[in-house]
Design a protein around this ligand. Structure first.
Ligand code: GLN
Length: 490
């Protein structure tokens, strides 16, 4: 078997037992990347030489009898909004095109301490704003299952990389769906942890009260493995919660869902969305029932109706404030020929930011401005509180909730790019989960007739990742798990 096809768990155990070397694995992944990248373009930076040097170093340490850690020799790819010491971190923006951070994000440090090998940085929507990766300043990424379609976004490069077999693990960030939606579009697994579970230190902020880092993988076991490494308290992030690192892999022992109550939403049943996604949802519900779960119809109230509108007030508000730091003085590109400080600010930001980022900054500044603050920002905060309460009430009745990760499978490149509202609507089923700070997982449950991956999403109460993993592993046994896309040949 070609080594790039192995799961992270199998790579780590094979390297540990000396069945193959970390260098063999890294070389296999890099050559897979080299052969597929011309058509997929999932990567913004590839750190091939450093990866091989690192793999050799790990192999040397293993030969000397050292335990490399739970991810010993495992190749990983990072969304390009996580800081990597000495490696460019662009956020897919012109304004950070050449920026090299002086430090590692906490998640990067944790991966490296656990023995992982960094292969490079993945494409994304600029500053994580978008749902298709088309907002990247450095070109679009193709969906490995259908090259004329988007991989989803904003973590589209990370999802495509795992689906194409570049690495068994990639990290993404999810502010309103950016892990779960691309996971569904690319046919892999993606977990958005509980807000506060993974550190945001060194993640370039989009909307700080919503952003959360999580993994893409091709098995539930690998999701658990990475979360055991990442799910630790970080004193460098004041929103990281001191919740003990759960033993996530314990959840993988589940073989059925007996005694579980899984909610499905009346609002979703009444929502007009793609038939293929409806079919995937109903097949997954049937599988849950056959595995012993009791399916319970519930209603949240306003979360699905008003979540989206309030998110597109709160997220831009936070973004407009977070992005104020890119002023041409401290970070990234700078319009050097400016004659005044004001001109420097204006020119740097005009040339440095793409259209969607500008749209968010304008919206955000507007809703925070005197006179509009109460009508928009404060009102949206109130809606957010109601959404939290609605979920809390729902979880008095059920252990988890099933819903689609997005209203459609992967759409065509260019299909929605000129219609921002239609693009925003694609987040209708993921955003409420971020608003309430809950964990959510997206898993593949099959393919449409034309071969497009179809996912479903499960959500759980805060700190309920284990619940999600045990449900995911039962579904994995039933639906066969995620596959590597060998095509472009649909
Ligand atoms: N598509 C959503 C947006 O554009 C979510 C993005 C994200 O989760 N980073 O805001």
């Amino acid at each position: 078997m070609e080594l790039f096809r192995l799961s992270a768990t199998k790579v780590a155990s094979g390297v540990k037992d000396g069945r193959f070397s970390a260098e063999d694995v890294v070389r296999s992944c890099l050559s897979r990347m080299e052969s597929k990248e011309p058509e997929i373009h999932a990567m913004l930076t590839v750190t091939a030489d450093a990866a091989i040097a690192r793999a050799r170093e790990l192999d040397g340490r293993r030969s000397a009898g050292e335990d490399l850690g739970p991810l010993g020799g495992v190749p990983v790819i990072l969304k390009d909004n996580m800081c990597t010491a000495g490696v460019k971190t662009t956020c897919a923006s012109r304004i950070l095109e050449k920026w090299v951070p002086p430090y590692d994000a906490t998640v990067v440090r944790l991966l490296l301490e656990a023995g992982a090998v960094l292969l490079g940085k993945a494409n994304m929507d600029e500053f994580a704003m978008g749902g298709s990766t088309e907002n990247s300043a450095f070109g679009v990424t193709s969906n490995p299952w259908a090259l004329d379609r988007v991989p989803g976004g904003s973590s589209g490069g990370s999802a495509a990389a795992v689906a194409a077999g570049y690495a068994p693990i990639a990290l993404g960030s999810d502010t309103g769906g950016s892990i779960r939606q691309p996971a569904s579009f690319c046919g892999v697994y993606g977990l958005k942890p509980t807000y506060g579970r993974t550190s945001r230190y060194g993640l370039v902020a989009f909307a700080s009260s919503l952003d959360q880092i999580g993994p893409f993988a091709r098995t539930a076991e690998d999701v658990a493995l990475v979360m055991e490494v990442l799910g630790v308290h970080d004193p460098m992030d004041s929103t990281s919660q001191p919740v003990p690192a759960d033993e996530f892999s314990q959840a993988l022992a589940a073989r059925d869902l007996k005694g579980k109550r899984i909610g499905y939403l009346k609002e979703v049943a009444e929502y007009d969305y793609d038939e293929r996604m409806k079919k995937a949802l109903s097949e997954a519900m049937k599988a849950c029932e056959e595995a012993g779960a009791e399916m319970v119809e519930i209603s949240l109230g306003t979360a699905i109706d008003h979540g989206l509108a309030s998110y597109y007030i709160l997220a831009p508000a936070e973004a407009s404030s977070n992005l104020a730091r890119f002023d041409g003085v401290r970070y990234g590109s700078s319009s050097k020929d400016s004659e005044s400080l004001m001109e420097l600010y204006l020119k740097t930001r005009k040339d440095g930011f793409g259209d969607e980022v500008k749209r968010r900054i304008l919206t955000g500044t507007y809703v925070l401005s005197a006179g509009f603050y109460d009508a928009y920002y404060l009102k949206a905060q109130k809606v957010r509180k109601v959404i939290k309460q609605e979920f809390a009430k729902a979880f008095e009745k059920v252990d988890s909730i099933i819903l689609p990760p997005s209203p459609t499978p992967a759409f065509k490149v260019g299909e929605l790019i000129d219609d921002p509202i239609a693009m925003y609507m694609a987040d209708v089923f993921t955003i409420p989960v971020n608003m309430a700070g809950l964990p959510g997982i997206s898993i593949n449950v099959g393919f449409s007739e034309e071969g497009l991956p179809l996912g479903v999403q499960f959500i759980a109460p805060r700190w309920g990742e284990k619940e999600l993993l045990s449900t995911a592993v039962v579904m994995e046994h039933r639906f066969g798990g995620a596959k590597i896309a060998d095509g472009g040949d649909l």
